[in-house]
Design a binder for this molecule. Structure first.
Ligand code: ACO
Length: 334
């Protein structure tokens, strides 16, 4: 029997430190006009000095649990989608669980599974598939899926074509198999990748190269990207993956009540919307305020769309994303 998976709570966190395009003009040779016309981005937010990606993730997680009216004690699994973890080890999931007070002394002892995974900007989509699989085997589980990113910590301010694109944020959802209190059912998820394209987007700081004390950091420590190749792949993969998930669920594009794509670039979003034949009013966009926050864009957009009243419980929603790896995928919520 297929066990259902419901999103029963939603939360997000955006650091208060805002960096406008005007601020970027003071850091690199760029202009508000170039950034807005090429990307649609006007502002992004950076973690404050001393503020960590786990702080952002824990804040989003608390908001999602409050929305779900669940105590942290109820959580059995903490999954964190991130390509900017706080450490190589311990996992950011363990750090966040600690900040949430898990495992609690009054709860179920140490029976909380904590796991980080990296599907870059597709992390939230991959995470929903992970959550569905866990609930299939353990229907009583309460999964906290957090997407949290600190991209400002790996920005190369000598590379104006990438440093203007990204921001920091976190989003989270609580997932259960019981329909009571469910906002949306995660009806279907598709996940895809092509590792032969792994050179197109990279974030350094891993073990690819040994480091010794006093070494000067090179460009390989930061985000690097072949922008135009990524752009073409993003448009094609998000369009095809959206069509694929609709087809396999017997739905047409007119059945979609709201389309929330990965928020990387307004031109990519518009191209995908046009290729799918979606009315612009059904395409949700909020990247002007945040830039590309990688795995966090989808839950953050869901939160904003709900606040604006355009996303309501039970609506048929299509999510899609793409990112480094390359990875891509789509989600159907009902
Ligand atoms: N300000 C001013 N000029 C700039 C800037 C800037 N910030 N950046 C680049 N330029 C200049 C270039 O130097 C170039 O000048 P030239 O013609 O004199 O050589 C010119 O603008 C055009 O540069 P292109 O790179 O060709 O610009 P393009 O139109 O391709 O836009 C962009 C670049 C915005 C990066 C685009 O390629 C893009 O959005 N790609 C997709 C990126 C993306 O979505 N990444 C998300 C995935 S990230 C992840 O998964 C973690």
């Amino acid at each position: 029997m297929k066990i259902p998976c419901y999103i029963c709570g939603l939360g997000s966190y955006v650091p208060s430190h805002s960096v406008t395009n005007g601020d970027m003009e003071k850091l690199v040779q760029t202009s508000d006009e170039w950034i807005v016309s090429r990307t649609g981005i006007r502002e992004r937010h950076f973690l404050a000095e001393g503020e960590q990606v786990s702080d952002a993730g824990a804040a989003a997680a608390r908001a999602a649990l409050e929305d779900a009216r669940l105590s942290p004690d109820a959580v059995t699994h903490v999954f964190v989608a991130t390509c900017t973890p706080e450490y190589l080890s311990p996992s950011t999931a363990c750090v966040i669980a600690g900040k949430l007070g898990l495992p609690s002394s009054s709860g179920r002892g140490a029976a909380v599974m904590c796991l980080d995974f990296n599907a870059a900007c597709t992390g939230f989509v991959y995470g929903l598939e992970l959550a569905r699989s866990v609930l299939q085997g353990s229907p009583e589980a309460v999964v906290l899926l957090i997407a949290a990113e600190a991209l400002s910590r790996r920005m190369n301010f000598a590379d104006r074509s990438t440093c203007v694109l990204f921001g920091d944020a976190a989003g989270a959802v609580a997932l259960r198999s019981c329909p009571e209190g469910g906002l949306w059912e995660v009806r279907d998820v598709t996940c895809a990748s092509d590792g032969s394209l792994c050179e197109l987007i990279k974030i350094g700081g891993g073990t690819a190269r040994s480091v010794a004390e006093g070494d000067v950091l090179g460009p390989d420590f930061f985000i690097s990207m072949q922008g135009q190749a990524v752009f073409r792949h993003a448009v094609r993969s998000m369009t095809e993956e959206s069509q694929h998930i609709l087809e396999r669920n017997g739905l047409g594009v007119d059945d979609v009540e709201l389309f929330i794509p990965h928020q990387a670039n307004l031109r990519i979003i518009q191209a995908v919307g046009e290729r799918l034949g979606l009315e612009p009013a059904k395409v949700f966009v909020n990247l002007a305020n945040y830039g590309n926050t990688s795995a966090a864009t989808l839950p953050l957009a869901m939160c904003d769309a709900r606040k604006e009243g355009v996303l309501r419980p039970g609506m048929k929603v299509l999510l899609t994303s793409f990112g480094g790896g390359m990875t891509w995928g789509s989600v159907l919520l009902t």
